[in-house]
Design a protein around this ligand. Structure first.
Ligand code: NOJ
Length: 737
């Protein structure tokens, strides 16, 4: 702190002597500015601070005097300030009262909406609808910008397969390619076509890298994997978002191949910039620079700052290590001023792209924030997103309702608004959300409700009242699950069962013999084999956002025919984790439950198969697949191959099917997954209607990390599967010469 005061005094004195603001053309403007900056000021641009009143989400935060540092030109960015006036006040200081008038960039986690909350990202991914996902991100950007924010820390591109990790809710599921498609859509939504527009904001690809593989699903935990696994399973998702033009990346908390990401030169420079061609800037995760001390790879904050700067980290989130130790590091020759120049230039160029130098106040205003959020079309997008996210996994004919049933709604998620917002819900106002009860009453009239139990505890007389209501009804909707804050950051769980109090409630209601429709509100897969067995229908509603209740009513009434498909596996039991559809074969694959003999890769006590697999999800109609064909089944390396498949609506109502295409490389230089998603297309069909869908498998889609660690294709035979989910049986083959 003492050191900072010293730096502040120097910068302040210089400011009084020089006093001017920036003007001029584009890149040259940044160069000209850089030439006039002191080392302390350059380091200031590399510092992000969280004000003491901001949203503090780490052990430390708000410890530095934000205002003093801004005034001294020693702060480049502010994180999570929730007071709009303060935000504008800080910008005024930066622009009007510092020597060079460099505007601040304001960042906050608007990851699934700002005011208008959308389903959590995992839920959104179950829509398999990039266009819709892009629209949700565009709404989030418009509203965040209306507050005055320029930057969101999204998309989270981490591919995650462990439901114990609370942050599975923030990602787009277990498939690297699909996660990449949806992450890229988010980048397009946030950044739009013109980043300098006051309705678009900067996206941030996080958490670079491989954070989704935190050991044992415990947050902040170590990550260790082969380079091959990383390149095949994790990198493609980040790469797709970077290729979509994201201009910021966040380094993750975890170590990667033994070196914490924020000080990992291979990750931040060799891979990210040199190989992937990223040309924006990298911010650390919260305190992640100084956490290198706890990781045991830095002796102290100064050592940590040096390692981060030399690795290519542009901006230090919160802890202050760069402004405190940066000058000394340069003086001692540990970090070169050239490195600082480059890091600073990259930050300034993005500020320029955002239009901040042209008009630092064009983004938010009180008026915009009060009057230009919750636009009707944004609310409509939230409703579409919620109903397209919900996944129907079982239906013994009880759904959709005919409209004549006496409907009971039971369970803690039934009338709750906080269940709708989900984790990390930006600046959501839960009171504005439509609860399940409200949505259902609006649609069906007399839906009766009983809470039955709280999230984790029984409530007095709750079970008896719930049973009584069930007996007076024809069908019971049981709204169970985990509350919003049981997902997201720092929300790891060692059990993903429905909490005991809710299970007791379920048992008691099931004992009445009334048909149950289980509505599962969750941000992660849960172990629900028994409850599924005893329910007539199961709809995973997730934490569905501000329009949760209306979306549910759309589905239960049949006004909307469900289209959601799982993007993450629901295990049969927690002991199967990690479990995902795109696993490798092994030398002793499971020959199936009928096969006797012991020495196979399988469990003695549970099946290898999950309860629900990737891609799974029902509709109120049925679809059949036929006539899979490859017109030219022999191609050369570098050529595309076309696959066609016919899909028919064999039911009695119109519906939308997500036709999925999977590939299996039969022999390669490295072991390949049993199958990998390589294409999907949503088709809407009337009863009896058929459509032939054509996919193109490009050389890029056939590429993988080969034995020499290079990425590319290999000749050989491939099996292609097309159908409803990752178990699709219809297949054919092609050969690459
Ligand atoms: C920590 C989280 O890991 C990250 O995702 C988030 O963006 C930052 N905090 C800022 O809130």
């Amino acid at each position: 702190m003492k050191k900072i005061q010293g730096l502040a005094a120097v910068a302040l004195a210089t400011a009084l002597l020089v006093g001017c603001t920036i003007q001029g053309g584009h890149e040259t403007k940044v160069e000209a500015l850089l030439a006039r900056m002191t080392l302390a000021e350059k380091l200031g641009q590399l510092q992000q601070l969280v004000p003491s009143g901001g949203n503090i989400t780490g052990p430390d935060g708000g410890v530095l005097d934000t205002e003093e540092l801004i005034r001294a030109g020693l702060c480049g960015s502010i994180l999570s300030e929730q007071d709009q006036e303060k935000l504008l006040h800080y910008q005024k200081i930066a622009v009007d009262s510092t020597r060079l008038g460099i505007p601040l960039i304001f960042g906050y986690d608007f990851i699934h909406g700002a005011r208008t909350t959308f389903p959590e990202n995992l839920a959104l991914s179950c829509s398999w609808n990039p266009e819709l996902v892009e629209r949700t991100a565009a709404v989030a950007a418009q509203e965040a910008a209306a507050f005055g924010y320029h930057w969101t820390f999204s998309p989270m591109c981490d591919v995650a397969i462990d439901p114990r990790w609370g942050r599975v809710s923030e990602g787009s599921g277990e498939d690297p390619w699909l996660s990449g498609q949806l992450s890229a859509a988010m980048v397009r939504g946030y950044q739009g076509k013109d980043l300098s527009s006051p309705e678009t904001i900067l996206a941030c690809v996080k958490h670079f890298a491989a954070y989704g593989a935190a050991e044992a699903g415990r947050d902040y935990n170590t990550v260790d994997m082969s380079e091959l696994m990383f390149r095949d399973r994790h990198l493609p998702s980040y790469k797709a978002a970077i290729d979509a033009g994201a201009l910021s990346v966040m380094s993750s908390f975890n170590d990667f191949m033994g070196v914490p990401a924020s000080g990992n030169k291979w990750l931040l420079t060799d891979l990210l910039r040199d190989e992937l061609g990223f040309n924006g800037f990298v911010v650390s995760d919260y305190n992640a620079v100084t956490e290198m001390c706890a990781h045991g790879v830095a002796a102290d904050w100064k050592d940590a700052a040096g390692k981060a700067l030399n690795a290519g980290l542009n901006m230090d989130m919160v802890d202050g290590a760069f402004v405190i130790h940066g000058e000394q590091l340069v003086k001692e020759g540990i970090v070169s001023e050239k490195t600082i120049d480059r890091l600073c230039r990259e930050v300034l160029l993005v500020k320029q792209e955002l239009g901040l130098f042209d008009d630092p106040f064009q983004y938010g205003s009180k008026d915009k924030w009060e009057n230009d959020v919750y636009r009707p079309e944004s609310i409509q997008t939230a409703r579409e997103a919620a109903r397209e996210s919900m996944v129907l996994l079982k239906n013994e004919g009880v759904l959709p309702f005919k409209g004549t049933e006496r409907i009971a709604l039971i369970g803690p998620a039934g009338a709750s608004k906080s269940y709708t917002t989900g984790a990390w819900s930006g600046m959501a106002e839960p009171e504005k959300a439509v609860s399940f009860l409200e949505g259902l009453q609006e649609r069906f009239g007399s839906v009766r409700y009983e809470q039955g139990s709280s999230d984790f505890e029984a409530i007095e007389g709750g079970i008896q009242r719930a049973q009584k209501l069930a007996r007076q009804s024809d069908v019971v909707l049981m709204a169970l699950g985990l509350p919003s804050d049981y997902g997201g950051e720092a929300a790891s769980l060692a059990s993903i069962d429905i909490p005991e109090a809710q299970r007791e409630l379920f048992d008691a209601v099931a004992a009445t013999g009334k048909p149950i429709v289980l509505l599962l509100s969750t941000g992660r897969p849960m172990t629900i084999a028994e409850e599924t067995e005893r329910s007539a229908a199961l709809l995973v509603t997730w934490h569905a956002g501000i329009q949760a209740g209306n979306a549910l009513a759309d589905i239960l009434s049949g006004d909307f025919n469900p289209t959601g498909r799982l993007t993450i596996t629901f295990p049969y039991s927690l002991g199967q984790v990690p479990i995902h559809y795109n696993h490798k074969v092994t030398g002793r694959p499971n020959p199936g439950p009928q096969a006797t003999g012991r020495y196979f890769s399988r469990y003695m006590d549970v099946p290898n198969e999950p309860l629900f697999t990737f891609g799974e999800g029902l509709s109120y109609t049925t679809f059949a697949y036929s006539e899979i064909e490859i017109p030219e089944p022999e191609i050369r390396m570098g050529e595309d191959v076309k696959v066609r498949v016919k899909v028919t609506n064999t039911g009695s109502v119109a519906g939308t099917e997500t036709v999925q295409l999977y590939l299996h490389d039969l022999v390669a230089s490295t072991t390949r997954p049993v199958r990998e998603l390589k294409g999907f297309e949503r088709v809407t069909l009337s009863p009896g209607e058929s459509r032939t869908v054509e996919f193109t498998i490009t050389p890029e889609l056939r590429s993988f990390c080969r034995a020499d660690m290079s990425t590319g294709e290999e000749p050989g035979d491939f099996e292609v599967f097309a159908g409803h989910d990752s178990r699709a049986a219809l297949s054919t083959r092609f050969t690459v010469r």
